[in-house]
Design a protein around this ligand. Structure first.
Ligand code: ATP
Ligand code: MG
Length: 567
């Protein structure tokens, strides 16, 4: 490819609407163009990277026995009503009407279609198991599209769905897919960590996310992990053992006390000469328009994903002050579960409350708390709290660490979540109709491209891992008008192309400095400069990854390319 012909526009400056480095670099290096919020054109350079990632995904999925198909992107509401997700998916599902006034939607995921298809094709247990996948555009009307391709509204996903006759067979395939994912990401030059996760809108019981660990806010997930035993989990799912599971406030008598000007837990603790962990805090929410109080130890916070799951609710939000007065008949800042009508207000106790004795709790009256309180017998505790770094691993009791991660893949054991409501069944050996036992497996193809940049870049631009680089080599003749330089550069170019090495020759009449800048920005793994040293029969060979420069003969340069790229 001649640089003069490559359809690319690099920019001098970073775009001013970008925060994430991958977003900045994808735009500045001419890989993507924004059309609307969260919606981008993949320019030729990006398309080459996406094709490479997709091919790696294909090769590995095929070799693990999955088969590729392609499902419709526009889908009728009917199948979503059947799975009951039409009502529950919320605004991320972009709904449209066709000319006949029929409800349709743009696919955010494909469980409904694949379950319908397999339900129609598979009759007998003899046709199972089967694993089908596609690589396709998805649309999710994300509430906060950001970070460019990391969280777009339109994005490319590989999604696979497997169908089984037993939980054991599903677990076997789940493991196969997990190993396949590790191989796929490794081949893309990315190390990933498989962490336990919440199943979210896709549903099911067991799921793992494949995280690229990064130390920047673009890692939107907090990952807790144990260096001793390999436990790791997304913060929305992580568990821990507290350093001090039991606390005693030491108040001998239960009584109401004045606590003026104590707005925070810390101020209250100081005022009463106690510790936050001796205060039982109440946090009020509205869950699917119903009032809820979550009771939790004062030094801990509510993990809203866990709370949502414990309530089996679709949406939660904090209660407003006027709602606290209305629903709880309480003073904001001083609320507790005591005295609320349990028929009207749902009360949950986090497991951290279970070890508390003689604690402090709101008195439902402004500027007043009760001290020396103890919980009644028979309370059921649930896990609805966040984990903090340093708390102990639930498996081996060693301190947990935390890091940030970008979720590039996700695998789920779905069970019969879709086959049951959609009545997608097969006949077992006894002639009985049984719903399929399903798994599903996603990879964010476009997000993986961005994650690779988050991981591999420097102040000058992108540093592509060679496996997914848009081109391998950039040949830069310092002066294209110099006939001898041009000849050697073209000879080298032809030779590398013959060897199937993807090469660009920068035939533009620009200054060498401009060409070097673009080479670094776009991130070619190898740059070969053809300049004055050709009088000594040498070219300059530079590897992007480490910046190492050497002077090589024409033949040595070709060999070095082969050595670096083809193994
Ligand atoms: P997230 O928690 O980041 O919103 P998700 O868990 O909802 O993602 P899945 O349904 O698990 O996403 O989709 C499978 C994969 O698709 C994800 O692991 C991720 O790599 C990718 N993906 C999901 N949403 C987006 C998005 N808005 N933009 C780009 N890639 C995405
Ligand atoms: Mg996910």
């Amino acid at each position: 490819m001649k640089m003069s012909k490559l359809f690319v526009q690099t920019l001098r400056e970073y775009p001013n609407d970008a925060e994430a480095i991958s977003h900045k670099l994808l735009v500045r290096a001419g890989f993507i163009k924004k059309l609307a919020n969260g919606i981008y054109t993949y320019m030729p350079l990006a398309q080459r990277v996406l094709t490479k990632i997709s091919n790696i995904v294909r090769e590995e999925m095929n070799s693990s026995g999955a088969q590729e198909l392609l499902m419709p992107f526009v889908q009728p509401a009917e199948i979503w009503q059947k799975s009951k997700r039409w009502q529950v998916y919320g605004k991320e599902l972009l709904r449209v009407k066709d000319r006949h006034d029929v409800d349709m939607c743009l696919a955010p995921t494909h469980e409904e279609v694949i379950t319908t298809v397999v339900g129609e094709v598979v009759n007998s247990y003899k046709q199972l198991p089967v694993n089908l996948y596609q690589i396709q555009t998805k649309f999710r009307d994300e509430i906060r599209p950001r970070f460019g391709l990391l969280r777009g509204r339109e994005f490319i996903m590989k999604d696979a769905y497997s169908f089984h006759t037993s939980q054991e067979d599903l677990e076997r395939e789940y493991k196969v897919m997990g190993d396949t994912y590790t191989r796929i990401f490794n081949r893309c030059g990315l190390e990933t960590k498989a962490v336990q996760s919440d199943s979210g809108a896709i549903g099911g019981n067991v799921s793992h996310e494949y995280m690229v660990l990064v130390d920047t806010p673009t890692g939107e997930n907090d990952v807790f992990y144990c260096e001793n035993c390999n436990y790791s989990a997304n913060s929305n799912h992580a568990q821990s053992i507290l350093l001090n599971e039991t606390t005693d406030g030491g108040f001998e008598k239960e009584e109401i006390v004045d606590t003026p000007n104590t707005k925070t837990i810390e101020e209250l603790a100081k005022f009463l000469n106690t510790k936050p962990e001796c205060i039982l805090k109440a946090v009020a929410y509205i869950a699917d328009s119903k009032p809820v109080i979550a009771m939790i130890r004062g030094d801990k916070e509510i993990e809203e994903t866990k709370l949502l799951n414990a309530l089996q609710a679709l949406e939660i939000r904090p209660m407003e002050n006027d709602e606290i007065v209305k629903y709880l008949n309480s003073a904001p800042g001083f609320i507790s579960y005591l005295g609320v009508d349990k028929n009207k207000v749902k009360v949950l106790f986090d497991k951290t409350a279970s070890g508390m004795k003689n604690f402090v709790i709101g008195a439902n009256i402004k500027d007043k708390h009760i001290v020396g309180k103890n919980l009644e017998e028979g309370i059921e505790f649930v896990d609805i709290s966040t984990v903090k770094e340093g708390e102990l691993c639930p498996c081996c009791k060693k301190p947990l660490k935390v890091t940030k991660g970008i979720e590039v893949g996700n695998i789920f054991q779905l069970g019969t979540k879709y086959s049951q409501p959609m009545q997608a069944c097969y006949t077992d050996p006894e002639g009985q109709l049984k719903p399929f036992i399903m798994g599903c497996y996603g990879i964010g193809v476009s997000r993986t491209m961005a994650a690779a940049i988050e991981k591999y870049h420097d102040d000058f631009g992108i540093i592509w891992p060679k496996e997914i680089a848009p081109f391998h080599v950039d040949i830069v003749p310092v002066n294209i008008d110099d006939a001898q330089q041009a000849k050697i550069a073209y000879d080298l170019y032809n030779k590398l192309c013959e060897l199937n090495i993807e090469t660009v020759i920068d035939d533009r009449a620009d200054r060498a400095g401009v060409k070097f800048k673009d080479a670094d920005l776009i991130g070619f793994p190898i740059r070969i400069t053809v300049g004055k040293t050709i009088s000594e029969g040498l070219v300059e060979f530079k590897t992007r990854k480490d910046g190492a420069v050497s002077k090589l003969t024409f033949e040595e340069a070709v060999k070095e390319c082969q050595k670096i790229l083809l193994n």
